[in-house]
Design a protein around this ligand. Structure first.
Ligand SMILES: Cc1ncc(COP(=O)(O)O)c(C=O)c1O
Length: 519
């Protein structure tokens, strides 16, 4: 059976296609985009973004007819202001975390009532700005309500708050994808810092009811993408619904006006935690002693054995595609509603909020990189590296999550994948972007596309090795515009201040420091 092309998209709307062997995004050839805008390059599809958002919205409206639905895309996943303007023009709100994200989102015509401000340790001036702007505040800390009451009283406003809860999830026993180790989701989630521990919630509710400038409008729960299954959402919503019911009872029959179920749905090609195959051989302690023990065979035999084992460590069988968002919406909402009704909580008129990140932005973007060198060795173990002009430091979101992004040779996207190689970046680290990638036999100068890079990558890129971060281009049908320019070397050194007493000059020349950096 022929291997499935990584370009194949499991869902109906897809901005990627292969035409005459070239990878296209919308109506544009990625090969031409790379020539026009240079590499490395982030490319985003506006049509995919709008279509994903509308689809999300429609799926949850269908599943939750009893009240309004707000889609609050997670700003952290993609902080481009052009993207934010598009989302605001579609009526979307935002899940934001930092004061700086709040600043960004408020620059667009977002409805503040549809902005959820999350995050622990919110400083007083941030809370003041939240109350003044009229956004929702998602309370994370035990002392936060008192602080909100103070700033709201000073401003003569009422702050609308939700408590971010942290239910126990012992029913979620499968292993979490948030770790390369095999631990149950329940444990993976419990060690996650966010959310108010259950023991404080009842008291915090009473604090909110007693605070004249605070209104507790609802509850919030976000666990993250621990598992790409309907089973996971069923389990989470069962425990969340039960906790809401228990709180409602403890608070004398309190009824939520809104319920936020957070994010955590997989993106369509779902690269999360695929860096290494998660066989027990790799993830348990047995693998290491076994490999070391092989040295007893003598050096030649040891390396010969390693050469056979390496593909098992790095190769990868694509997972089956995750369910469509419509299926997630249906299961999550049905389970939540059942639990709420079972615990005497009404759902009529209740506003449902969802905060998609990766599932909304992932397939909106591709990352283009040029092949600098193809390097091969035959001894002591055969190995091939495809060295590109990008770096894992521009794709950091994926690194933290051990993601394995599908790779395509964009100028020969329909060529058979006969080469097994590590696609690596140009920094001095190992910079392993995709270990053991299967791709077409590739040569210097050809173009690599890393798919499913619209979420978290560009927003967490850094400047290791003083590499300027790449530009982002927004494609809309046949148009392409830069929405974030590439950094220059002056941007990279622009924050540096060199005190006069340590300043040196290059032999025989004037200072080469950029003006902004000269202190
Ligand atoms: C509060 C909150 N909501 C939503 C999201 C988006 O998560 P995801 O990208 O898994 O959908 C995050 C991500 O960390 C988050 O912290």
């Amino acid at each position: 059976m022929p291997a499935r092309s990584p370009v194949t998209h499991p869902h109906v709307d897809d901005c990627l296609s292969i035409r005459d062997g070239h990878l296209f995004i919308d109506e544009l050839d990625t090969v031409e985009l790379a020539e026009r805008f240079g590499t490395p390059l982030f490319v985003l599809s506006e049509t995919q973004l709008r279509s994903n958002l509308r689809r999300f919205d429609a799926a949850f409206r269908r599943a939750w007819p009893e009240g309004p639905v707000d889609v609050l895309p997670a700003m952290k996943a993609n902080t481009n202001l052009a993207v934010r303007h598009i989302l605001s023009s579609e009526g979307a709100g935002a899940d934001i975390y930092s004061p700086e994200e709040l600043d960004g989102v408020l620059r667009t015509a977002v409805d503040p009532a549809r902005v959820s401000v999350n995050g622990g340790g919110k400083p007083r001036d941030h809370l003041r700005r939240c109350v003044a702007a009229g956004v929702r505040i998602t309370v994370e800390d035990v002392g936060e309500i008192q602080l909100i009451e103070q700033v709201a009283a000073e401003l003569g406003r009422t702050a609308r708050i939700r408590l971010r809860v942290k239910p126990a999830l012992p029913n979620l026993w499968r292993r979490t994808d948030f770790s390369q180790l095999s631990v149950p989701i329940d444990l993976g989630y419990q060690v996650y810092k966010s959310g108010i521990p259950a023991e404080y919630l009842v008291d915090l509710g009473h604090q909110a009811f007693a605070a004249p400038h605070v209104e507790l409008v609802g509850l919030h729960f976000h666990a993250g993408r621990h598992h790409p299954s309907l089973w996971f959402w069923q389990g989470m919503m069962a425990r969340y619904g039960r906790l809401i019911g228990e709180l409602s009872q403890a608070w004398g029959g309190w009824q939520p006006e809104e319920i936020d179920i957070g994010g955590g749905w997989p993106s369509p090609r779902d690269p999360h935690n695929e860096e290494l195959p998660r066989s027990e051989f790799v993830t348990t302690a047995l693998g290491y002693p076994f490999l070391v023990g092989l040295r007893g065979l003598g050096e030649r035999a040891y390396h010969a054995a390693l050469a056979r084992i390496v593909p098992a460590l790095t190769s990868h069988t694509p997972r089956t595609a995750p369910p469509a968002i419509e299926a997630f919406a249906e299961v999550a909402v049905r389970t939540l509603r059942r639990e709420l009704h079972g615990h005497g909580v009404r759902t009529d008129g209740v506003r449902l909020q969802v905060e998609p990140g990766r599932s909304l932005f992932g397939d909106v973007g591709v990352h283009l990189a040029r092949v600098k060198v193809v390097k091969r060795q035959t001894r002591p173990i055969p190995y091939v590296w495809v060295l590109t002009d990008t770096t894992e430091f521009f794709l950091t979101g994926g690194r933290f999550e051990h993601s394995r992004h599908p790779v395509v040779v964009a100028n020969r996207a329909d060529a058979p994948a006969t080469l097994t190689a590590d696609v690596v970046g140009q920094s001095c680290y190992g910079d392993q972007i995709v270990l053991g990638a299967k791709l077409a036999e590739v040569a210097q100068g050809e173009l690599i596309a890393l798919l499913e890079t619209g979420a978290y990558q560009e927003s967490s890129a850094s400047n290791f090795n003083a590499l300027p971060r790449p530009a982002t281009v927004l494609v809309n049908g046949s148009d392409a515009e830069v929405v974030k320019r590439a950094e220059t070397i002056d941007d990279v050194y622009g924050r540096d201040v060199v005190p006069a007493r340590v300043r040196t000059r290059p032999a025989g020349g004037a200072s080469t420091e950029p003006a902004a950096a000269s202190g």
